[in-house]
Design a protein around this ligand. Structure first.
Ligand code: SAM
Length: 263
């Protein structure tokens, strides 16, 4: 089986470090590059995600390292970042932003990039994911606090009622739901599966998050296709709205405590 030309082109760029234009002008590879390319092509044909083979992924304004320690950041999650930036608008040294289930650190780091003065905290239950997030902080030169633990249980208690923005792309697949082999065989299952229903973590974020954000604070979460109604019900204590991803699906829950979220 051969790869689609655009995937082969990306892997060629990855092994040579050259641009597409440079490879068109001079397509010759060295023996070492050809050997490395053959290895990556074989792995890709066997089903490994392209981004893990390339080792890097673009997310909003950043280019981040990515490997099997964390979920590959998706375009839907860039929409969460965009909604968060537009909602919060501005942040000073007293602003607190928390990313629950930070994975590669993509949301936390892109928010620190947008709001350099804010205190940004990334939480994850996976030590492996956090080790990658730390490497991405070094790579991007962005200063985020990383905490290993279970959602709000990881946070310092003095932040209760003081958080300005919580973002999360929690696991939201129901145990037993079918996923493509490329996803389920390679990405961490702790990043994908939430429990028997799929909305278990979202429900905890809605319930506990209400007490952790301040009045006027935001909670912005990615949700699964078909979870909009359940998500709106869970966030009943907030002013809230479900917004669409680039494909027009209801995938982003925007909620605000004690103030309108829909300005
Ligand atoms: C869907 S991934 C999202 C990763 C990253 N934010 C992104 O959008 O690419 C969910 C993340 O939540 C983490 N996670 C799962 N259960 C958790 C829990 N109870 N507390 C904290 N993090 C958790 C997983 O390790 C994983 O990194």
């Amino acid at each position: 089986m051969s790869l689609p030309p655009h995937e082969l082109d990306r892997l060629r760029r990855s092994v040579t470090g050259r641009t597409h234009a440079a490879l068109v002008a001079d397509p010759e590879l060295t023996d070492d590059e050809r050997r490395d390319l053959d290895i990556l092509v074989a792995r890709r044909v066997a089903g490994e995600p392209l981004q893990y083979l390339e080792g890097f992924v673009d997310f909003g304004p950043l280019t981040l390292k990515i490997d099997r320690r964390a979920l590959i950041p998706r375009p839907e999650t860039e929409r969460v970042w965009e909604e968060a930036v537009v909602s919060l608008r501005r942040a000073g040294p007293g602003t607190v932003i928390v990313d629950l289930g930070t994975g590669s650190g993509c949301l936390a780091l892109a928010l620190k990039h947008a709001f350099p003065e804010a205190r940004v905290i990334g939480v994850d239950i996976s030590a492996a994911a956090l080790s990658l997030a730390r490497e991405n902080a070094v790579l991007t030169g962005l200063d985020v606090e990383w905490i290993e633990g279970d959602l709000f249980g990881a946070l310092p208690s003095d932040l209760e009622g003081r958080i300005d923005l919580i973002v999360s792309n929690p696991p939201y697949v129901a145990a037993g739901d079918e996923l493509p082999a490329e996803v389920v065989d390679h990405e961490p299952s702790v990043a994908l599966f939430a429990g028997p229903v799929g909305t278990e973590l979202l429900a905890r974020i809605a319930e506990e998050g209400y007490w952790w954000v301040g009045v006027g604070g935001w909670v912005i979460c990615e949700i699964g296709d078909g979870q909009a109604e359940a998500a709106e019900a869970m966030f009943g204590g907030f002013d809230r709205e479900v917004r669409k991803d680039l494909a027009g699906r209801d995938r982003i829950l925007v909620a605000r405590k004690g103030a309108s979220c829909c300005v």
